[in-house]
Ligand binder design. Structure first.
Ligand code: SF4
Length: 348
């Protein structure tokens, strides 16, 4: 699914599964996630904390700490090659070069003891051995200019603490894109920033993505950000994608009760609630340790049926690439069969 029919596929994630072994049981943090990202397109991944958004991206980057985590299944195809099969040395030539990541807090990613110039030059030369220090410095200055750092020739000699939070995030974006990355993974990149700076950083990512053709995977819990920036959205719940659609389509016809709830909980200026109360989804996200094979949203769902408590719903294509995993869209016969199978299984 893409907004641009001829856009080149850059990254394809197929049935990705990442589990964590804990004393309490197996945590299926990501359990069968699939999506495709195209050149110059922004794909948003939304969901509550613990839904598996960040683990999905850390898995794509092969940054899951093992133990306790392990990618136990699936494929991550970058330019047709499954990067899950690469050695760590081979992966290092892709990570930071072809696929880059920016995190919530730039201070955790920038070395506080080194000047920005040292860090940026080192990154560029690590991935391009033929580039001289002088050329790498010139490229770094050019990137800082592109992300809107004033007087980049001077500021590049500063240390990270000499920048504000927003400026540090700009430096991170410049660093991430300095090797012409084809995919930029942005994990809640504006959470630590104030609202006006948030808007500037998101606008910057959007502009750079269009200018450079970079595909962006944007992890966020903010549906307002998704509406403004993403071409395609994946809604995650308990380690799975429960709904996937082109952004406008998702807002026009949210089909999964969880997506409906998420959209209803976004404050809106045009539909003031008389009681001034904001909608919220009742209940808590499930404990993902040893989840039973049922719809994990059923305890919070106002449309829940008997089958929802016994079997996981199949994915239904609603047209235009809009997919939803919910029993509401299955044929009556399919629901009855699933219920019968589950009841037999439970008796065994
Ligand atoms: Fe609600 Fe059932 Fe759909 Fe789950 S499968 S979201 S419980 S209707």
């Amino acid at each position: 699914m893409s907004l641009k029919p001829n856009a080149k596929t850059v990254l394809e994630v197929k049935d990705l599964k990442t589990y964590f072994k804990t004393d309490a049981g197996i945590v299926k943090a990501v359990d069968g996630v699939s999506f495709t990202v195209h050149e110059g397109e922004t794909l948003g991944i939304v969901g509550e904390s613990g839904s598996g958004k960040s683990v999905t991206n850390l898995s794509v980057m092969r940054l899951i700490s093992s133990p306790p985590g392990k990618i136990v299944g699936g494929e991550v195809l970058f330019e047709g090659q499954d990067i899950l099969k690469l050695s760590e040395t081979e992966m290092r030539s892709i990570r930071g070069d072809k696929i880059s990541m920016i995190f919530q807090d730039p201070m955790t990613s920038l070395n506080p003891f080194l000047r920005i110039s040292t860090q940026m030059v080192e990154t560029i030369r690590l991935h391009n051995k033929d580039v001289s220090k002088k050329e790498a410095l010139a490229r770094s200055i050019e990137m800082l200019k592109l992300v809107g750092i004033p007087s980049p020739e001077k500021r590049i000699q500063s240390y990270p603490h000499q920048f504000s939070g927003g400026m540090r995030q700009r430096v991170m974006i410049a660093q991430a894109l300095s090797c012409n990355a084809q995919v930029l993974v942005a994990d809640e990149p504006t959470t630590a920033l104030d609202v006006t700076i948030q808007a500037q950083i998101l606008e910057l990512i959007d502009k750079l993505s269009s200018q450079m053709g970079t595909a962006v995977i944007l992890v966020t819990h903010d549906l307002g950000v998704v509406a403004g920036m993403c071409d395609v959205v994946c809604v995650m719940y308990a380690g799975r994608i429960v709904e996937k659609a082109i952004t406008d389509d998702l807002y026009a016809r949210p089909s999964h009760p969880y997506t409906e709830g998420l959209i209803k909980s976004v404050p809106r200026m045009d539909t003031a609630n008389k009681n001034n109360r904001l909608f919220s989804i009742e209940g808590q996200p499930p404990n993902v340790i040893d989840l039973p094979p049922c719809c994990p949203f059923h305890p919070r769902c106002h449309k829940s049926m008997e089958v929802c408590r016994h079997a996981y719903p199949p994915i239904k294509d609603l047209g235009n690439g809009h997919e939803v995993a919910c029993w509401l869209y299955a044929e009556e016969a399919t629901r009855a069969k699933a219920l019968q199978d589950a009841e037999q299984q439970e008796k065994v």
